[in-house]
Design a protein around this ligand. Sequence first.
Ligand SMILES: Nc1ncnc2c1ncn2[C@@H]1O[C@H](COP(=O)(O)OP(=O)(O)OP(=O)(O)O)[C@@H](O)[C@H]1O
Ligand SMILES: [Mg+2]
Length: 361
Amino acid sequence: MSLAEHVCSSDSFLERNELQTSSPQVLHNRRSTDQPVRRDSTLEFMLGSSVAIQSVADQIRRVAPTSATVLITGESGTGKEVTARAIHDHSDWKDRPFIAVNCGAISPTLIESELFGHEKGSFTGAVRAHRGVFEQADGGTLFLDEVTEMPLELQVKLLRVLETRTFVRVGSDREQTSDVRIVAATNRCPEEEVEAGTLRCDLMYRLRVFPIDLPALRERREDIAGLAQHFLDSLNAADHTSKSFSPGVITLMENYAWPGNIRELKNVVQRAYIMSDKVITERDLPEEVVRAEQRSGSVRQKGGTLTVEVGTSVAEVERNLIFATLEHCKGRKENAANILGLSMKTLYNRLRKYEEEGYLH
Ligand SMILES: Nc1ncnc2c1ncn2[C@@H]1O[C@H](COP(=O)(O)OP(=O)(O)OP(=O)(O)O)[C@@H](O)[C@H]1O
Ligand SMILES: [Mg+2]
């Protein structure tokens, strides 16, 4: 299966694999760090052609065949799960299980048993023995999603597994060996979580052997048209239709900020596809995408560049520059204020004014 196909089917594929089990078999020395780096053009196609995402593709290619633990960060919808899956699919153990666990979705009382398994009768309701995800993923990849949501006391246990490669089922005293490649992900900033006391510092360093930070979609606007077309092609192929975008629609999409990133783009394309007859026009886009264009007036943003038409007011240029800088700093006001050479007080005053004027929603 090519990676392009993999992307189209990744949601259902992940669901199917969520609770996949495998025979508990320990494979030794199956990973070598000195394998040649695989050149795979389909990976490039999947991720887009921007410099930002090409660098990510290169990191995936290099890290996939090694056993290094990977920590993927990025805003919601940037493709963290897709990236984890791509790392697995480009590894030598791609035919072994890929198990995804959402650490934020399991109740704190069950998470230990979900991770490490339990013995029959080890707690009320444990009517039979259960294999945890470390056993299920044996020989393959364990994807720990939303890892910063894990209760602190369990973070200690996870750290121990990462360090000793052994774990114990709840209610057992028998140590078992774990041979899994760990890929973790979070849409939070790990350093901020450490500062807030919700992520153990030692665990962060242990997970962040190989960090991959996924760019927000607005930081790689040149990929928007290609991704949108990719989603439309998939819908056309599934329904045997041949709908297309009007040129104006692509421009609108390229100028929108996409706070929900690729997921939001995919949903917008799907909705527009359903709403349209043959050609997808502005009318088929949600209001917020169209409104963003109206707001941008005579200042256009593309990637990290603002183009200003002569005849634009200084106030409008300033407003757009502030918004673009905030986007660039992923919303971190202190960084944005530094770059802009404004005091925090001035930046806050400007933002309050823009809110009153209806530029912020
Ligand atoms: N490079 C890509 N090419 C095509 N589709 C993609 C790509 N990356 C992500 N997607 C699609 O975008 C959606 C979101 O991706 P994914 O679930 O991997 O994001 P996420 O970062 O894990 O989001 P969250 O933080 O909300 O869990 C999915 O439907 C996925 O199929
Ligand atoms: Mg995810």
